[in-house]
Design a binder for this molecule. Structure first.
Ligand code: AMP
Length: 191
């Protein structure tokens, strides 16, 4: 299965992606995690990305696209992949589409986690206390939500037009949401 998980910051993409990827036997590819690993390792890519991440801004498309194309070239993606946090702009969506078309292996579904804004704010501020992520402060959070609306939301129509978009209600317990997502994926597998 070749999937994208779409949703605003705080929607629970990371948690759900990990579970679903394990179910499906495909790697969970989170661009946020890849960037955080680069920052931790002090690589040049990490230094370039960090200035954007700290402000809740998107890392430039060319940097992200290159990193993802490289990651998708690894052997472990033969059975598929679950992308989490990518694409985040229409331009990234177009590059991904071309990249996968070139491999003859297009996306099969885009799961969108739907969560109301006030719930997102509540969750991210709770995560800030637990994990201490540098970009989980209220100012940066507001910025990240604004960036989501402006840059990432247009991808919903992009994927809807292609008949790939599947909505998953992202309110409830982690288990309930996973069960709903599994149900949607079963529909895709059976179609
Ligand atoms: P995340 O963990 O997915 O919330 O990502 C954390 C930060 O990494 C984002 O706020 C961006 O600065 C950067 N980032 C992650 N994925 C992307 C992407 N696809 N495009 C641009 N920036 C990204």
């Amino acid at each position: 299965m070749r999937l994208v998980l779409l949703g605003p910051p705080g929607a629970g993409k990371g948690t759900q992606a990990e579970r679903l990827a394990e179910d499906l036997g495909v790697p969970h590819i989170s661009t946020g995690d890849l960037f955080r690993a680069h920052v931790e390792a002090g690589s040049e890519l990490g230094r370039e990305a960090q200035q954007f991440m700290d402000q809740g801004q998107l890392v430039p498309d060319r940097v992200v696209n290159r990193m993802v194309a490289e990651r998708l070239g690894a052997q472990d993606t033969a059975p598929g992949f679950l992308l989490d946090g990518y694409p985040r702009t229409l331009a990234q969506g177009e590059v991904l589409e071309a990249e996968l078309a070139g491999r003859g292996a297009p996306l099969q579904a885009v799961l969108r986690l739907v969560v109301p804004e006030e719930e997102l704010v509540r969750r991210i501020l709770a995560r800030a206390e637990q994990e201490g992520r540098a970009d989980d402060t209220e100012d940066v959070l507001r910025k990240r939500l604004a960036v989501y609306h402006e840059e990432t939301e247009p991808l919903e129509a992009f994927y809807r037009q292609r008949g790939l978009l599947l909505d998953v209600d992202g309110i409830g317990s982690v288990d309930e949401i996973t069960a709903r997502a599994r149900e949607r994926l079963r529909e895709v597998a059976e179609a």
